[in-house]
Design a protein around this ligand. Sequence first.
Ligand code: COA
Length: 311
Amino acid sequence: MNAHITGTGRFIPPDILTNQDLSRMVDTSDEWIASRTGIRTRHIARDMSACDMGEAAARAALDTAGLSPADIGLVVVSTTTPDRPLPSLACDLQLRLGLENAFCFDIGAACSGFIYALDIAALYLRTGGVTHALVVCAEKLSAITDYTDRRTCVLFGDGAGAVVLSAADKPGGLLASYLAARGDGGAALHCAPGGCIQMEGQEVYKFAVRAMPEAIEKTLAKAGRNVTELDFIIPHQANIRIIQSVMHRYGLPPDKVAITIDRYGNTSSASIPIALDELAREGRLRPGALLLMTGFGAGLTYGATLFEWSV
Ligand code: COA
């Protein structure tokens, strides 16, 4: 059995926070934010919870997969901002969506959460225990962002992305993945209970430009594939300069690299599935397309996964 992505969905909250808005809140400017990060706008979930956003993204993914809630056997949610400590956001989604046949849990891998969650779900599909799994990344980073700290508040946005993974006895789907963590770097990006995100920006930057190439190369090596064979790469959207460093390193042209950071900022683990859903709905993912997704984040965690698109 191979694990294939059979549906995608996203939800972006309607309220927009522009660089101009932020320049009225802290000592910053559109020019500084755009040139240092590539971000122009981010969306904020003012009256919505992570669960509300995750529900909308999950409904869209189920719809594109053509499945009913009862078909789902597993729900894995990645979130840094669950609505409450207990029960898990995955169980709340089960209730809201009527996923009566699923077992459900959340994982904590911060911005690498989609890469981690996909791999976990795929293991259950491959061993035959589950036929369809729902992976949901729902992030309300505005709830843990200090809007008086210019070093962090310009970076983050809210949103959700989801995919349905389905087991099928046909080639393609998830080809290889690589997950890693470096707890000794965890102090560079953290958040205390009830507090806001604290970050050593340059430390995280240096980590990111080493971690993504490592994950890309290890994953491709596992699959016996080469970077020149890739049709698309979806990097975690944290800073356009981090993405560009990966593009330059491998000579990747802009039309092969998904970029949403200008519009949505850093939506943590939701950034990759949001970009994936955009590519899929634009009809740019043809069957056989080779797609690499790679992320990094608090932990410090990082990883990559390689898919052959099959729907
Ligand atoms: N507006 C204006 N000035 C700002 C600012 C802002 N929003 N944020 C920081 N500055 C200032 C700093 O105070 C500093 O001023 P100083 O030299 O007078 O002390 C100056 O800009 C340079 O700060 P520095 O931190 O060196 O900037 P940078 O080029 O490293 O960019 C980040 C900062 C955060 C954009 C960048 O380090 C980054 O993107 N890091 C990775 C973060 C990340 O990916 N986090 C999420 C991981 S999932």
